[in-house]
Design a protein around this ligand. Structure first.
Ligand code: OVM
Length: 393
């Protein structure tokens, strides 16, 4: 498949990836992207199958365009994202336990107070605000760094660092170049926040270090596992909250439905993750020749999996372009699938359910009140600004 029109600059596809995704799905189950000489999958079944078959589609050669077999990674690889069994097993088991649904339940109670305060302060200032900066970014930044237990100093580096990491999965375009001058400073700041002695006694960070004390992981692994929380846990949830707010602001009937049935808040978040897929893409690398949909992908090649496209595939989803709380969005690939599926998904869902339940009680309507603006990132489907006007109960 030739590059889409106007692809010298990344603008058009990042502004609206849906037309390209439709072309990609129409072009076949596996497509060669000539510009980068990589393979791509945009249909649900093939993406799902590749994510499930980690033996054939490895992560250890990197989940970006760069192939770690030949190219030195720009940072020490993630022990979770950029690893496969057996190395992946211990770090994954440690985080799965710390971030499990039962383990994090007590956080929900204190987060509810944070959400109420944030929303009351916002409404006290007026009925118009920016749903991205004032809510979708403000809430995770208020609760998540405290839950990890990092110091106050350096928290302003979390979003810029995450933004660069997600750009750095490639391709190496002007978005990556834009981040380059700050990489060393941001990386040093994030690394300093992973050290045992700066972390509070009771957070996820301390629990990771406690796992090292028990011998479940090594002391060398602990700070890199904390780094994964700081990398993968902020920009993702910010954009997940942004899209659920955007979806409700543009689907008022769905907001009415949520207010009638507040228990739908969890479905709402997963439907929003399906609908916009804040993490749009990840690569895998083949460990053997493999035939997919009649095409041969040779060993050692990069395959780009379009999670966002799979989540809009009409072969899998009825009326995929509708944001609809009456559907069952489970099985969406927005958190990935298989052994690498988002280990922080229960945290993300808890953040979303907490803020949505406060909003559903307090706000009768939400609408877009000005020009919306996307934030362009190579991997994330992101928002810079969503001006909204709300009415209160
Ligand atoms: C990590 C990491 C970084 C980016 C994304 C991600 C979505 C994980 O450092 O482990 O998962």
């Amino acid at each position: 498949m030739p590059a889409p029109q106007g692809s010298a600059a990344p603008g058009p596809v990042l502004e609206d990836p849906l037309p390209f995704q439709a072309d990609l799905r129409a072009a076949g189950p596996v497509v060669h992207l000539d510009k980068y000489d990589v393979f791509a999958m945009g249909r649900y079944n093939e993406v799902h199958a590749a994510l499930t078959d980690w033996q054939t589609f490895q992560s250890a050669a990197g989940v970006g365009l760069s192939n770690f077999r030949y190219d030195k990674p720009w940072r020490p690889p993630s022990l979770l994202l950029e690893a496969d069994p057996p190395h992946h097993d211990a770090p994954r088991a440690v985080l799965t336990k710390i971030l499990g649904p039962r383990e994090i339940r007590r956080l929900g109670e204190s987060w509810a107070t944070d959400a109420e305060e944030l929303v009351e302060d916002l409404l006290a200032r007026g009925k118009e605000f920016d749903a991205v900066t004032d809510l979708a970014a403000a809430f995770p930044l208020r609760v998540f760094p405290d839950a990890v237990g990092i110091p106050q100093a350096g928290r302003e580096d979390l979003l810029p660092y995450g933004d660069h990491v997600f750009n750095a999965f490639g391709p190496p375009n002007e978005l990556v170049a834009k981040g380059a001058p700050r990489v060393a400073g941001l990386s040093a700041s994030i690394a300093s926040q992973c050290a045992r002695d700066v972390l509070t006694a009771d957070g996820f960070g301390a629990q990771i270090w406690a796992a090292a004390d028990r011998g479940d992981i090594t002391e060398a692994q602990a700070p890199l596992i904390v780094r994964s929380l700081l990398t993968a846990g902020v920009d993702t949830t910010v954009n997940g909250l942004a899209v659920v707010l955007y979806a409700f602001a543009t689907h008022p009937d769905q907001w009415d439905l949520l207010r009638e049935k507040p228990a739908l808040s969890r479905t709402a978040f997963d439907e929003a993750v399906r609908f916009e897929s804040p993490v749009q893409t990840f690569f895998r690398t083949t460990t053997r020749d493999i035939e997919v949909g009649g095409a041969l992908i040779p060993e050692g090649r990069k395959i780009l999996m379009f999670l966002g496209s799979a989540n809009r595939d009409p072969r899998r989803w009825e009326n995929p372009d509708a944001f609809d709380l009456n559907r069952d969005p489970s099985g969406h690939l927005g958190f990935g699938f298989g052994i690498h599926q988002c280990v922080g998904q229960h945290i993300a869902r808890l953040e979303a359910a907490t803020i949505l339940s406060v909003l559903a009680k307090r706000i009768t309507s939400i609408e877009i009140s000005g020009p919306t603006r996307r934030h362009h990132n190579n991997t994330l489907r992101a928002w810079a600004s969503l001006p909204v006007r709300v009415r209160t109960a």
